[in-house]
Design a protein around this ligand. Structure first.
Ligand code: MRU
Length: 352
């Protein structure tokens, strides 16, 4: 739909668009081994919470297909081992754990009495996660239409488009839906240090979609709100706690604070697969800390003195009090989020 395929499953081969080399190169990598899929998630060949979830589900499908097991019990033990390997790939995006649990639950159905029946069920569950994600993204865009005024100047962080999902996108999907509905919108894209998902990936996507956009450095958002005037911020997220606290790419919290100071609405777009009702607040969300080299180097070029101490937090938590609304595929949650998220989650079919 955005003119590229981010994730594809074809006859037992998982194909991923290698996001590490965009926008210079459009390269696809093929996977038949779930260990390599876990490695690809860790190294951010693919990234973005919903994309990570769908990829992990197909990692489970590869584990099922590669089995030497001759009985269901052995296969189920192997699937649990594969699940553990895939769970270790990245800690923050709950979609990873959610997708793996969904596949395991399906495989555990006692009605599946043969190895091939379990394999088919695992693949079917991965395909269902894939299809549902596209539908969820389009539904979020639809629900959010009323929140996006014509002529809106919209600030966005990281990459949340077709590259971060199976297709279409969450927060970028909101911008895209408004654009496709005929609204004249302009997206300001935080470059998103250190891996530059905004400058490299969001700009690549919006250019292909002919959506007007401008890349800004991460520190420019307050200046833009004060001078150009921003009508709303919309971001994606990796995990929402039951009270509405939201983990997203590092820098999101700063953006939310700037938006709060300027009275700019701050929206989070998240499929319900990103909502983790088991965590009471954002304090319990695990925050990934990545390799210091992502900060000390630009490509192969070192920008800090030798041995500079670095803390490379990949995510931060935005407290619920700075969030205007959370846009999901089943509706929009407003504060108090403890009530509204519980009410929305009760609408999810099948119930979770
Ligand atoms: O480290 P990344 O690139 O996987 O982080 C991605 C983000 O923070 C996105 O905003 C989030 O996953 C939502 S994607 C629809």
């Amino acid at each position: 739909m955005g003119g590229f395929t981010n994730i594809a499953w074809n006859k037992g081969v998982l194909r991923l668009l290698d996001q590490r080399v965009l926008p210079q190169e459009t390269r696809y990598l093929d996977f038949t081994d779930y260990h390599e899929v876990a490695q690809a998630i860790r190294e951010m060949v693919t990234r973005g919470a919903p994309a990570i979830g769908a990829t992990a589900a197909y990692g489970m499908a590869l584990a099922a297909l590669c089995t030497q097991a001759t009985d269901p019990t052995t296969l189920r033990i192997e699937l649990n081992q594969a699940a553990e390997v895939l769970r270790q790939s990245r800690p923050t995006a709950v979609n990873l754990f959610w997708a793996i649990e969904r596949v395991l639950r399906r495989a555990a159905n006692p009605a599946l009495a043969t190895v091939s029946a379990i394999c088919e069920a695992v693949i079917a569950e991965a395909n269902a996660i894939y299809e549902e994600d596209i539908k969820a993204n389009k539904a979020m865009g639809f629900h959010a239409l009323a929140l996006v005024p014509d002529q809106a100047k919209i600030l966005h962080h990281c990459n949340t488009g077709g590259l971060a999902t199976v297709d279409y996108g969450t927060a970028l999907g909101v911008i895209r839906t408004a654009h496709e509905a005929g609204k004249q919108v302009h997206a300001y894209l935080d470059e998103t240090r250190p891996r530059l998902q905004g400058a490299r990936l969001s700009a690549w996507e919006l250019k292909r979609l002919n959506i007007p956009h401008t890349v800004i450095v991460d520190g420019a958002s307050g200046h833009l709100m004060r001078t150009v005037g921003i009508d709303l911020c919309v971001v994606g997220c990796d995990r929402v706690a039951a009270n509405g606290d939201t983990a997203n790419k590092i820098g999101t919290y700063n953006l939310a604070l700037a938006a709060h100071a300027h009275g700019v609405p701050f929206y989070v777009a998240a499929p319900t697969s990103t909502i983790d009702m088991s965590l009471p607040s954002g304090d319990a969300i695990p925050i990934e800390v990545r390799d210091p080299r992502e900060v000390t180097h630009l490509g192969n070029f070192q920008i800090t003195p030798d041995d500079t101490p670095v803390a490379n937090f990949a995510f931060d938590v935005t407290p619920a009090k700075y969030i205007t609304a959370i846009i999901t595929e089943v509706g929009i949650a407003y504060p108090p989020f403890s009530d509204s998220l519980a009410e929305l989650m009760a609408r999810v079919q099948p119930p979770r």
